[in-house]
Design a protein around this ligand. Structure first.
Ligand code: HEC
Length: 173
């Protein structure tokens, strides 16, 4: 006797339900990763966290994305280095990531004030996408406070040639 899938489904209706739930899960997971990728691109994360990204018009392979940057940003806050997010996300659970972004301040020029505005589901999608890329690369150099000299390359992130009246506030911002 030929057993059709229809006959099987008639015999085991739950089997069909389970299969469609699993397919829906796979679809949802795919959509979530796509959302995370979209957020990373439009959120500008690669601009600082991926070496060479702005200089190459964004044409850096995804395998090299978000591996951190050894070129620092120096200003009144000291010298900061865009973290290696590929290894960073491996050290946190998804809930810890959400709480880190929402509750702990970031030093400049990390735009934490923008990232904090993302919905929780977008933050989760970002985490899942970065995690799906896998861990790779070295840790970025550690933060150096203002009085500490650094011997890494750095970008001086201080406005120059400002009109006298705005000099003080801009220098401390
Ligand atoms: C203008 C440059 C810039 C952009 C754009 C940027 N970052 Fe950052 N990011 C930094 C710097 C610099 C640091 C280190 C800040 C510090 O030392 O507190 C940092 C730190 C972080 C950290 C903290 C890691 C840790 O060790 O605590 C996370 C998480 C992070 N960035 C995520 C993102 C995400 C996600 C995006 C995109 C939405 C993004 N960043 C965009 C520059 C940037």
């Amino acid at each position: 006797m030929k057993i059709t899938s229809r006959a099987l489904l008639a015999l085991f209706p739950l089997l069909g339900a389970a299969a469609s739930v699993a397919a829906a899960d796979v679809q949802a997971e795919k959509a979530n990763l796509e959302r995370g990728r979209y957020m990373v691109i439009t959120g500008g994360c690669n601009d600082c966290h991926t070496p060479g990204y702005p200089q190459n018009d964004g044409k850096i392979p995804e395998t090299a994305w978000l591996t951190g940057n050894a070129v620092g940003f120096q200003g009144p806050w000291g010298t900061t280095y865009p973290a290696n997010l590929r290894t960073f996300v491996q050290s946190l659970t998804e809930d810890q990531w959400v709480s880190r972004v929402q509750t702990k301040p970031f030093r400049p020029p990390m735009p934490g004030f923008n990232l904090r505005q993302a919905t929780e589901s977008d933050l989760r999608a970002i985490y899942q996408f970065i995690r799906s890329l896998g861990a790779t690369g070295q840790d970025a150099p550690a933060y150096a406070p203002p009085e500490q000299a650094v011997n890494t390359p750095y970008i001086e992130f201080v406005p120059k040639n400002l009109p006298a009246a705005t000099k003080i506030s801009a220098a401390t911002n």
